[in-house]
Design a protein around this ligand. Structure first.
Ligand SMILES: [Zn+2]
Length: 292
């Protein structure tokens, strides 16, 4: 099984997680720039964060055989803080860097006028840089938020096939599919989508333009939710090829539009040979959970 996790915040995860991801077949990850919990008070703390996503985190992932990429943006929540707004002037130069596969996460948190402005401005940056966009939908008032999101995408002129609308559920999936965009689902341990509901959506809507991620971060989350969804698909009668489409070929097709996706194995981590010597993780409880 080969997996690309298209939305995972590895900065907030441990090396045990990288080892477990590799062991479970996750070879490529995309880490969207996001809110870090503690409010940032200056542009410098954003640019240090972007540099760390594109430098340190990429290096750290490679040590465990995982190809790491990032999406760059001012996130919707901090779009509301005037101290953060000037980061918009810095985003375009980051969009030109190696390893950047989209503009993101952009979209709505509380649907304020500030968020409107920042969302539209960054979709324009995606146009200018010829990159796809990863769009976050709000956790509250999801249906209205998704409708408004799709209106803004339409007005931006960005082709819908260059847009992945994320954190969808049963109430929002049809809107996004009808708009021609990619549909993203974050699978969580105890909130929002779970594996069983995801499988039901795949049975209803099919496997085209459907993308699954773990969205793991510093909250209660599980970086192996992609793998667990794949296993739930197989258990429900989907084929290995269906699993490969949803967990690998779909996210590859979406992010390949950037021209910056690297899929070759990390040197020293050839397929079938397992992780490089010295990487030992048999005792990981996370891994035991997956094998059980
Ligand atoms: Zn996220």
């Amino acid at each position: 099984m080969r997996i690309l996790d298209p939305h995972i915040h590895m900065t907030s995860r441990t090396t045990d997680d990288y080892e477990a991801l590799y062991a479970a077949g996750v070879r490529v990850v995309v880490e969207p720039a996001f809110w870090l919990g503690q409010p940032r008070t200056s542009v410098g703390s954003f640019t240090d964060y972007f540099d760390s996503l594109l430098g340190w985190e990429r290096f750290r992932a490679a040590q465990f055989g995982v190809r790491h990429h990032a999406t760059i943006a001012l996130n919707p929540k901090e779009a509301n803080d005037p101290r953060c707004r000037d980061v918009l002037a810095e985003v375009p130069r980051y969009l030109l860097k190696d390893g950047v596969v989209a503009v993101g996460e952009v979209g709505y948190d509380s649907m304020t006028p500030e968020e409107d402005e920042v969302f539209a401005a960054q979709l324009q940056m995606a146009q200018d840089a010829e990159l796809p966009a990863l769009v976050h939908t709000p956790h509250r008032d999801k249906l209205a938020g998704t409708r408004r999101t799709l209106d803004v995408v339409r007005e931006s002129g960005l082709p819908p096939e260059r847009v992945l609308v994320d954190h969808l559920n049963e109430t929002t999936v049809a809107l996004v599919r009808d708009a021609g965009a990619w549909a993203g689902f974050s699978i969580y341990p105890d909130t929002k989508m779970d594996e069983g509901r995801m499988v039901a959506l795949l049975q209803e809507y099919g496997t085209d333009r459907m993308i699954v991620n773990s969205a793991a971060d510093w909250g209660r989350s599980d970086p192996l939710k992609t793998v667990k969804t794949a296993r739930a698909m197989l258990a429900a009668g989907f084929t290995e090829d269906d699993v490969d489409q949803v967990l690998w070929r779909n996210p590859v097709a979406f992010y390949e539009q950037s021209g910056n996706l690297v899929l070759d194995p990390v040197p020293g981590f050839t397929e079938g040979a397992g992780p490089a010597a010295g990487v030992e993780y048999e005792g990981s409880s996370v891994l035991r959970g997956v094998r059980a």
